[in-house]
Design a binder for this molecule. Structure first.
Ligand code: AMP
Ligand code: MG
Length: 268
């Protein structure tokens, strides 16, 4: 899965990444593997919680219908909800806007033993904000530097960060939007504004390329995940996370009490 990782300071042209890539896997093979990864992730997250040392932050970014919700549902299936926090970042409130753009985000970073998932993130402040010119260029252009430094702070204070851009094609998005339009159980997800964003596809691509080129660091790398096939998308994200958590070499701590010779007595 390392081939999807963007090395630091690399010019990225997203047109050279195939959204329909499936790594020569078949869907049924991938589903077996995902099931296995789900179980491993479940155990690793329990270990993360038991050890209570590391903090893990997963950032998910994508165009509309890219599959952020699907990843959360399928990759973290079976993971104990007690140890996982999902934070979704929509339009900032007035109070958010009265602060610096990292203020609302910082509050949702994981604590010791926790895994946090960002469904959208501080990157919106160099994506939608840049594409729509919500702040002047001189303001958003220095944010790549802030973001790198802020993420470095988190990492130096014990956080492990992995960032995923779910890469879909405009054709696949058209199908998924049409599905939302046609299916009464999915219509609630459809906003007219989504069509306005779609019309700005090339601008978003450029904004994502800038993000990937400038903020994939040794301490907080980005992965470009082929996302036209949901099953492959899930497999890539799950594989990277399992590999990352295994790399932490966690162990179950002993009890805080001395348990030598303890036998369970009859209930009183
Ligand atoms: P959804 O993920 O479909 O619930 O939509 C959330 C919306 O909030 C998207 O249109 C985002 O672009 C928008 N959003 C998220 N963060 C920001 C931000 N910092 N500034 C402006 N809009 C944002
Ligand atoms: Mg939406």
């Amino acid at each position: 899965m390392d081939r999807y990782r963007i090395p630091p300071d690399t010019a990225v042209d997203l047109r050279r990444f195939d959204p329909a890539d499936t790594g020569d896997l078949k869907e049924d093979q991938a589903e077996d593997r995902l099931e296995d990864l789900n179980h491993r992730l479940e155990t690793l997250q329990e270990l993360l919680h038991a050890e209570g040392k590391h903090k893990v932050l997963v950032v998910l970014q994508a165009m509309d219908t890219g599959g952020k919700d699907g990843v959360i549902r399928h990759v973290f299936e079976g993971v104990n909800p007690l140890g996982v926090n999902v934070a979704s970042f929509g339009r900032p409130t007035e109070q958010d806007l009265a602060h610096d753009y990292l203020w609302r985000v910082h509050a949702h970073t994981p604590g010791a033993g926790q895994l946090a998932i960002f469904n959208r993130s501080h990157y919106e402040d160099v994506l939608v904000v840049r594409v729509h010119g919500l702040v002047p260029k001189e303001v958003w252009s220095r944010r790549y530097r802030h973001i790198n430094e802020w993420e470095r702070l988190l990492v130096e204070e014990g956080t492990t960060i992995r960032k995923f851009y779910l890469h879909i094609s405009p054709e696949e998005q058209a199908e998924r939007l049409q599905e939302r339009l046609d299916d009464p159980t999915k219509r609630w997800k459809f906003r007219l504004g989504d069509l306005d964003e779609r019309a700005r596809w090339a601008d978003y691509r450029a904004a994502y390329e800038a993000v990937l080129s400038q903020t994939s660091t040794t301490w907080a790398p980005w992965y470009v995940v082929p996302a036209d096939r949901k099953w492959y998308r899930n497999l890539v994200v799950a594989s990277v996370l399992v590999q990352t958590l295994e790399g932490l070499q966690m162990g179950y701590p002993p009890s805080e009490d001395d348990l030598t010779g303890v036998v369970i007595p009859p209930a009183g």
